[in-house]
Design a protein around this ligand. Structure first.
Ligand code: GTP
Ligand code: ZN
Length: 220
């Protein structure tokens, strides 16, 4: 009941269909929301609106608490996802031992201090040690960690460590370039500041490999 209600809310943007009418998979994540969590968050958002001086019962805001509750569950769904299982679902034996780089992976995350978005690009590379992983699993793992409350540094390290643990490769490199709305629309209000973080292991600790990676992510 409440599950269907949630699904209907989120699908109205594309079509007025119930979750059941959609191909399996497209809304699989929405299906995962717990109705009691949605309900509890909704009540608090109503209170926040009131404390901000708004009238939560005016027309435009009537369904806002529910929308916010769903949006925050969506944006933090990574807590319920297992990066190890994702990587293990597509591991292959292969005699390839050059660098594999997936570059320009878009990320959207939430800063844990202000619950405001930070967004940008992640570049992830590894050098396999007989095990390679399905390429799409790399952005999926990036999302698992990005869809949580984060600081950019921890996000970077968690991606590296997940790949390291499951693939046991010769090395992993992760670079994230991001802009933080908490530094743009409030606080210091710097519109062009981009933060770059990196986490390396194994072969990437060597200057030559690291330099090749840096050259490749800069389009060289
Ligand atoms: N290291 C790091 N800091 C972050 C990240 N996201 C936000 N921050 C910072 O977290 C800090 C929190 O500092 P506080 O002084 O407690 O918070 P604040 O008073 O809101 O600080 P201002 O943003 O400077 O107004 C700020 O300096 C933010 O810029 C991140 O991913 N990594
Ligand atoms: Zn912040």
């Amino acid at each position: 009941m409440a599950k269907n209600k949630s699904a209907r809310v989120l699908t109205t943007a594309t079509a007025s269909l119930d979750l059941d009418d959609y191909p399996v998979g497209r809304y699989e994540r929405i299906d995962r929301y717990a109705p009691e969590v949605t309900e509890a968050i909704q009540q608090h958002v109503r209170e926040i609106l009131r404390w901000l001086g708004e009238d939560p019962d005016r027309e435009g805001l009537q369904r806002t608490p529910e929308r916010v509750a769903l949006a925050f569950q969506y944006l933090t769904q990574g807590y319920h996802q297992d990066p190890r299982a994702i990587l293990e679902s597509a591991l292959f034996e292969e005699d390839y031992s050059e660098m594999i780089l997936v570059r320009d992976i878009q990320i959207y995350s939430l800063c844990e201090h202000h619950l405001l978005p930070f967004f940008g690009k992640a570049h992830v590379a590894y050098i396999p040690n007989r095990k390679i992983v399905g390429l799409s699993k790399i952005p999926r793992v990036v999302d698992v960690f990005a869809r949580r409350l984060q600081v950019q540094e921890r996000l970077t390290i968690q991606i590296r460590d997940a790949l390291e643990e499951v693939l046991q490769p010769l090395g992993v490199a992760v670079v994230i370039e991001a802009q933080h709305l908490c530094m743009m629309m409030r606080g210091v209000e710097k519109q062009h500041a981009v933060t770059t973080t990196s986490a390396m292991s194994g072969e990437f600790l060597k200057e030559a490999t690291r330099a090749e990676f840096m050259r490749l992510i800069n389009g060289g």
